[in-house]
Write a protein that binds this ligand. Structure first.
Ligand code: SF4
Length: 358
């Protein structure tokens, strides 16, 4: 099997293709010019191109399907070399910018939500990915290639400002080594130049790995999928809470090096009559005491076969207003891509049912 070129940092590549400036040229072809073959890399010696072609692949993923939502989100299903499939979602954000005369214009900004594993071991009750079990970790290159393929598909210029969230299939901290490597490859100035402070690692709360990630000091942002404020309920929703309870997560977050102008994001999936009451909001405020935090309230997105329900907008607003009144920054995330089932795992699940993907 050929090696994946996107698995290599520029420094690693420089050890293989001597002299090392060749690695910079290859990065330029892969990440800026979006080369389809090594043969196109005309500033490399012919013999080197042939050797690269022999040993490496530029295409670790094949796009199986793309579904566009009315709000502009696009959900991709990719096939890996061994037939497994993963998803990534492109979210279209609008950023307010101003013309010179002070009038408002909108600028397109993208966020790409990427997968880090095929399946997941964490087993959250509300998650479709969890139902398929765990298959394997993605390599750094398979993580990087998801974004690269989306750039190519959308014609996004390589210098465009894009944010990344490791929030697709899988628990990124359960694949920390490869995720950390992907962070470095993404941020290489000769590659995609996606700075670590535009990359957010979202975890179900593996406290010991949060500490480890903090010690690596990569400069990435941290998001915690909290979803419940007491251990009993959290354990029901996220069995991983037995191993890493809320107190241990909060302790790890307090020790995490947060970029000065940033906050730790707490994701709170709101489920009707489960965790949408004011009592929960009060406990949440207490838990966040002393942490530079921002809370994202997310509408639960019902999928076939679940008993959980979407919360009422009034309850969402009440929850949000309470947090804001206590000085906790809080936004409500509309379920982007609702009409294409953009909650993680759903597109893959459809394909599985059709017998079209593993
Ligand atoms: S929500 Fe995330 S962490 Fe939980 S089972 Fe699904 S993929 Fe894993």
């Amino acid at each position: 099997m050929k090696k994946i070129i996107q698995d290599y940092t520029k420094e690693e590549l420089g050890e293989i293709v001597k002299p090392p400036f060749r690695a910079k040229q290859i990065y330029n072809w892969v990440y800026h010019k979006h080369a389809d073959s090594f043969g196109q890399m005309e500033n490399l010696p012919k013999a080197m191109r042939a050797e690269l072609e022999e040993e490496f692949t530029l295409h670790p993923l094949t796009m199986l399907s793309r579904q566009e939502s009315r709000d502009g989100s696009v959900k991709y299903l990719f096939e890996l070399h061994d037939g497994h499939t993963v998803e990534a979602v492109l979210l279209l954000m609008k950023e307010a910018q101003y013309h010179e005369d002070g009038t408002l214009k909108h600028h397109r900004r993208y966020t790409v939500c990427i997968s880090s594993q095929v399946g997941c071991k964490v087993g959250c009750a509300f998650c479709l990915t969890a139902k398929g079990g765990f298959m394997r970790d993605l390599s750094a290159g398979e993580i990087v290639a998801q974004v690269l393929e989306i750039y190519k598909d959308q014609g996004i210029p390589s210098n465009h400002r894009v944010n990344l969230v490791y929030m697709g299939m899988g628990e990124p901290l359960d694949n920390l080594e490869n995720v950390a490597k992907a962070v470095k490859i993404f941020s290489d100035m000769d590659g995609m130049s996606i700075s670590p402070n535009r990359q957010t690692i979202s975890t179900s709360g593996l406290s010991s790995k949060i500490e480890k990630l903090g010690a690596m000091d990569l400069g990435v942002n941290l998001a915690i999928s909290l979803h419940a404020v007491d251990d009993e309920l959290r354990q029901q929703l996220m069995p991983i809470n037995k191993a890493y309870n809320i107190a241990s997560i909060m302790e790890a977050v307090r020790n995490f090096p947060v970029n000065q102008r940033k906050k730790v994001l707490f994701e709170y999936l709101v489920i009707k009559d489960v965790n949408d009451d004011l009592g929960a909001a009060k406990k949440l405020v207490k838990l966040l005491n002393g942490i530079k935090a921002k809370v994202n309230l997310i509408y639960f997105n019902p999928y076939p076969g679940t008993d959980f329900k979407r919360p009422d907008p009034e309850d969402m607003r009440r929850f949000q207003e309470y947090l804001l009144s206590k000085g906790v920054l809080c936004t409500i995330r509309e379920s982007k891509g609702l009409d294409i089932s953009a909650a993680c795992g759903q597109l893959r699940e459809q394909k599985l049912q059709e017998g079209g993907a593993q």
